[in-house]
Design a protein around this ligand. Structure first.
Ligand code: GAL
Length: 329
């Protein structure tokens, strides 16, 4: 059975399974994948990549969408264990609410690979077969800040009101998410450390969401907020900011600078068309590959992937600007 992840987004409360053909190479792996929201662009990419890898190997897999409810996800994990999965990849809804999942995993001796939404270290170290695959949010904020600092040092006209400082507005992901808190902090700090004088005029929480960001930036445009640079925690929110300026009929030359993180197809296309000054590649392929390698190693009792560091596999981020965007498209 061939399943495409794009179809998943249309089915709420989904249960999807892939079936192993007779030629299955990894017969012992039966993979459970629990995600917080199938509508999230970056999570869709990583899940599609992961299910493609499983399909190519003839591995049986099940995907469950919690649709933002930790209680639902706890039940989904228990159901998958009852159905016989032997490794579960968990993209937590609430990264601080791990106890139900970890208790079920330990009781049934099913390894858990958390990904993208990082549990606190004291949770990960509760049992030897709890792992995390992701990336360092400090690095993504730092690279975003570096792209912005380089651009600003070459484009003094970006200081539109000529006050000698850059009015910065931050579009943030979900409260409590490591990638929101840390990216915002390190991006702003990097700009300051690069000697850019900034005036942080505000921030809005837009939950990684393009529509929420558009609504918020439309409001800011209407209120004549003097933003000169939007630092966005992800590309969907950066795209929402672009949408707001488009809808307001404000030409590219009269807009503030906008920068994202993720390097999604839309993000790269906006870099290509100069609507974003850059983005930062969040390596969904590398992360999915590492999750799959680790799951396979656990089920086959093979050696751990090379990148494994204690309970963690962390993949690097990369800067994307007009100069190198074609390599990511
Ligand atoms: C981040 C990513 C966001 C969003 C979030 C979900 O790493 O940059 O776009 O997908 O994860 O947890």
């Amino acid at each position: 059975m061939k399943l495409s992840f794009s179809a998943i987004a249309l089915i709420p409360a989904l249960v999807l399974s892939g079936c192993a053909p007779a030629s299955a190479k990894r017969k012992s792996l039966n993979l459970g994948i629990a995600i917080y929201d199938s509508q999230d662009t970056f999570i869709s990419s990583i899940t599609k990549e992961l299910s493609d890898l499983a399909e190519a190997d003839g591995v049986h897999f099940t995907i469950r969408n919690a649709d933002h409810s930790q209680l639902t996800q706890n039940e989904q994990v228990k159901d998958m264990i009852a159905d016989g999965v032997n490794v579960i990849c968990v993209n937590l809804v609430d990264r601080t609410s791990t106890s139900a999942i970890i208790n079920a995993a330990m009781k049934n001796e099913i390894p858990i690979i958390f990904f993208n939404r990082e549990p606190v270290e004291s949770d990960i170290t509760r049992w030897e077969h709890l792992y995390y695959v992701g990336s360092d949010p400090e690095e993504s904020g730092r690279l975003q800040g570096q792209i912005a600092a380089t651009y600003l040092s070459q484009h003094l006209e970006a200081d539109r009101n000529g006050d000698g400082q850059i009015q910065v507005y931050v579009l943030e992901g979900e409260p409590g998410h490591q990638d929101a808190i840390v990216r915002s902090e390190s991006s702003v700090t990097t700009l300051q450390n690069a000697g850019i004088r900034i005036d942080k005029i505000g921030y809005s929480i837009c939950d990684w969401n393009r529509q929420e960001a558009q609504t918020e930036v439309t409001r800011l445009i209407q209120e004549e907020t003097e933003a000169e640079l939007y630092l966005c925690n992800n590309d969907d929110m950066a795209a929402g900011a672009v949408d707001a300026y488009e809808a307001a009929g404000i030409p590219l030359t009269d807009r503030p600078l906008i920068i994202g993180i993720d390097g999604t197809a839309v993000g790269c296309q906006l870099v290509q068309s100069h609507a974003l000054i850059g983005t930062v590649y969040n390596d969904y392929k590398g992360q999915a590959g590492a999750i799959y390698q680790l799951a396979s190693a656990l089920s086959e009792n093979e050696d751990m992937p090379e990148l494994m560091n204690s309970h963690y596999i962390m993949l690097p981020y990369r800067k994307i600007t007009l100069e190198n965007v074609s390599q990511f498209q």
